[in-house]
Each structure stands twice: as C-alpha cells, then as structure tokens.
Write a protein that binds this ligand. Sequence first.
Ligand code: FES
Ligand SMILES: [Fe+2]
Length: 362
Amino acid sequence: MIKNINYLDQEIFNLEMENIHNSGWVFVCLKEQISAENDFVTYEISKKSLVIQNFEGDIKCFENICQHRFNKIQTGYIGNSPFFCKYHAWTYDSNGKALVNQSFTDQLILENRNCLKQYEVGINGEFVFVKVNQDSKLSLKEHLGDFDQILSNLSSYFDKQISNEYTIIPHHANWKLLVENVLECYHCSTVHKETLVPIGIGTKKPENHVTDRNHDMIDYPIRIGKQQKIRNEKLSFLNKRLFKHSSLRHIYVFPNLFITSTDGILFYIGKLNPQSPDNTDLLVSFVKPILNDLTTKEAILSNAFFNSSLDSSTKVIYEDKVILENIQKNLSMVEGLSQIFGDEEFRIERFHDNVKRNVEYI
Ligand code: FES
Ligand SMILES: [Fe+2]
C-alpha cells in the first residue's frame, strides 16, 4: 500500500523524478510531431531540461540550456524554430557546438563545455524516446522488452494525427493518480456513462493482460449492441482499416506513455509530464488509422467522424480530470491512509510494486 502522503510530499516527488522519470528511457513525442526541419519538442521534468530537435532530418537531443548565460534554447512543449538561443542569439550546430566568436569559443573550451550535453534518441515505429540518464546502459529494445514489438506493430497502422500539435491538459493531481486511473475501467460505467458506455465499453470484464518489464497492456471488450450495429453500418468506411480487435486496448509504457486503441478506429497517445506533487500536465494526441481507397464521399464522412471522435475522446479525459482533482484535494485530509483496490484494479497493484522498487515511500 502507498500512503496518501506520498501523493503530496515534495521530497517523495523529487525521489520519483530522480529514480523513475529521469532514470532511463522516456517517451517524448510521435515521429510526425518533429518531422519537419527545425521542429522540436522539449522535455522538462525536475532537474532535466532537454530539447529534441530535427536537424535536416536528423533527430538529436541536447540539454536545453544555453552555455552563454543559461537561458533556455527552445521554449514551450513543441514548436518549430532554428536551434539558437533567443537571448543573445547564440546558434548551435547539429553536434551541439556553439557557433560563436573565437574569444567565446576559447572560454568554452577552457571550461570544457563547448558542446551541449547530448542524450541518446531511440525510435520505435512512430514513437520517439530519449534516454534521460546518460549513465544508464540499457538500450531502448531492452527497456521495452516485449513492448518493442507491440509498439512497432501498432504504429504500422497509424496514419496522420488528427490535429498537428498536442493538447496540453493540466491536472491538479499527482502523476500516480493519472496512471492509476487509466489502469482500470472499473470506473468506466459510472464516470463515462455518456461517452464510453454508449459505444459499448465498460460493461465487460477485461481480458488479454500482457506484461513485461514495468509495461502493461489489456483489452476492455466492446459490447456490440443495437446502437453499435447501426453506427457500424453508417460508418462502413471504417471497415477499410487493417487493425481490428473489438476492444478498447490500453497500453501503459512505463513511466510516462499511455496509448489507447479503440478497436483500431482511433489511437489516443498521452504523455505525462509531472510538474510538482499536485500538478501534472497531460499532453494528448489523437491519430487516425490508415484507411485505404476511400471514395470522395467516404473521405468527407471520415473527416467529420474523426473530428467528432476527437471531441468525445477529449471529453473522456475531462471526465476523469474532475474526479482526479477531487481526490487530490481530499488526500491531504486523509494523508495517513491509503486507497483500497479490488479485483478489477489489479493493474494498479502491479504499478505500485514497480514504483516501490525505485522509491522508498513514507
Ligand atoms: S544566454 Fe543564450 S545567447 Fe546569451
Ligand atoms: Fe476514465
């Protein structure tokens, strides 16, 4: 059991950032989000400030700290800008070397910091990861284990993102609450009775639980009722997708990536960015499946369908957010207690075992 105090305490949070989020490989973005020259995303958690930048097609990751007077080189979670600092315009090349006059270069060389610290980037299908701890010897393949194949297979069905950037949804809640919430669908029939239940999710027992390392995947079967049959007939173009599994498939790639495939019709990608013990940013993207040979009419229909799916899927996240923020507020009043988990919440217990291996909780 992890006591509630561990969702509130700054020192515990610092330990989690050090030993969990900044200790190995983390998900940073989808390949598509940094596919153009000068596209970048930043990763900023606790004592790490990194930037992942596209240099003429090469994806590199550097410390996002200008060597002149330590301004951030790139700002914001995502953007497109050449790699130079916006304070005194120091420019860095694709090796992280500052392109400055001889006097500055001499001083940097003297202090042995004429190149920005570089971090290893690993790409699996459409997913881009960074090894945030330079001392770790683990390869991305080793980190992912069986999920290496699962992710590359899944991303082979990805088409384009529905909107270009990701949506940032700040939560006034501890990052562990966000993880726990997605590791069960016990709450689906109550919290999502207007969003997930009408599409047949949340009423059947989960199946096909797959685990490896600290990662985890499960299927919440979709009940095909009258309503679903009518919808499937109207949206027959969706039958042209290549990936079908009749479930809401949920994948948690430890520590910061959530993926949901709704029967291969829509893919949700969520990235966790813990900010403080009671603040977590959730960065959300939605990806369409590949649909081959759509007629003009089907293409129009599919655009309308994906835009409305994006709205209803975002609504699901906001439904959860309200609950998680309520819980966070209450935890301080019962900080010596811990949550109780039943049979349907078994994935949470596994998650707790995993974090407990890295942090000594109060
Ligand atoms: S701090 Fe970056 S150029 Fe001066
Ligand atoms: Fe939920």
